[in-house]
Design a protein around this ligand. Structure first.
Ligand code: PGA
Length: 249
């Protein structure tokens, strides 16, 4: 059976010290026999400290963004090469906040997907429609295009994770109902199959957008949901543990 994935997107929260304290509390209460995968996606400034804190645990470490070049005159950017050398395993690509606040477009994201792959980082590629697109019945069209465009320069191997995050559900408390999530997730899986062929089933497809301990169990029962990308509810050890435990139970 596939591992269910819990990817915690901390966004621009927590100091290195707070990250360390989170791991101490969280890992001491995490079931050591847990078969599922927990990943912490932390701000770049805390990754070094977290790498040390996570030593000896099964918890994965990820960044929230990276640039597409290895090194050079790119002031302020984070190199995928350095992330990889630091022991970071995952990187979020194309989160809707990066797309909207930092104007990251599909062409840039395709380059980032390629760069992450060449430095052996597992990308977590985010796609999702906004409220207007949903109301205009364009959801499937929009997320399909985002996915196809992001894979333009990719080797088409099953070496990444996909996350469906409807923008109207991010940080709003409005979770997609299981039917809405399932329809989008299933469509993404069919596009993956078209692009990747038979290995497509090895790409986990996560759901993100207001996941919490109250809705996690029901959502996890949808066969098309292979894990969650969790923002607000991942900031406290107890609330992330509640989600992990509710799915396990
Ligand atoms: P949320 O954020 O769980 O707070 O809605 C999810 C995300 O932005 O990845």
């Amino acid at each position: 059976m596939k591992k269910f994935i819990f990817a915690a997107n901390w966004k621009m929260n927590k100091t290195p010290k707070e990250s360390q304290e989170f791991v101490e509390e969280f890992s001491s209460q995490l079931d050591p026999k847990l078969q599922n995968q927990v990943i912490l996606l932390a701000p770049a400034l805390s990754l070094s400290t977290l790498r040390e804190s996570l030593e000896g645990t099964q918890i994965g470490l990820g960044a929230q963004n990276c640039f597409y070049e290895k090194s050079g005159a790119f002031t302020g950017e984070n190199s995928p090469w350095v992330l990889s050398e630091m022991g970071v395993q995952f990187v979020l690509i194309g989160h809707s906040e990066r797309r909207s606040l930092f104007h990251e477009d599909d062409e840039l994201l395709a380059k980032k997907m390629k760069a992450a792959e060449s430095f052996q980082l597992t990308s977590i590629l985010c796609v999702g429609e906004n409220l207007t697109e949903r109301e205009q019945n364009k959801t499937l069209e929009v997320i399909e295009l985002q996915l196809r465009n992001a894979l333009q320069e990719h080797s088409k191997k099953a070496n990444f994770i996909l996350a469906y995050e409807p923008i109207w559900a991010i940080g709003t408390g409005k979770v997609a109902n299981p039917g809405q999530a399932n329809e989008a997730q299933k469509h993404l899986k069919s596009v993956l199959e078209d692009v990747l062929g038979s290995v497509a089933e090895d790409v986990p497809v996560l759901y993100g957008g207001s996941v919490n301990s109250k809705n996690a169990k029901e959502l996890s029962l949808e066969p098309s949901i292979d894990g969650f990308l969790i923002g607000g509810a991942s900031l406290e050890p107890s609330s992330l543990l509640d989600i992990v435990n509710s799915v396990k139970a």
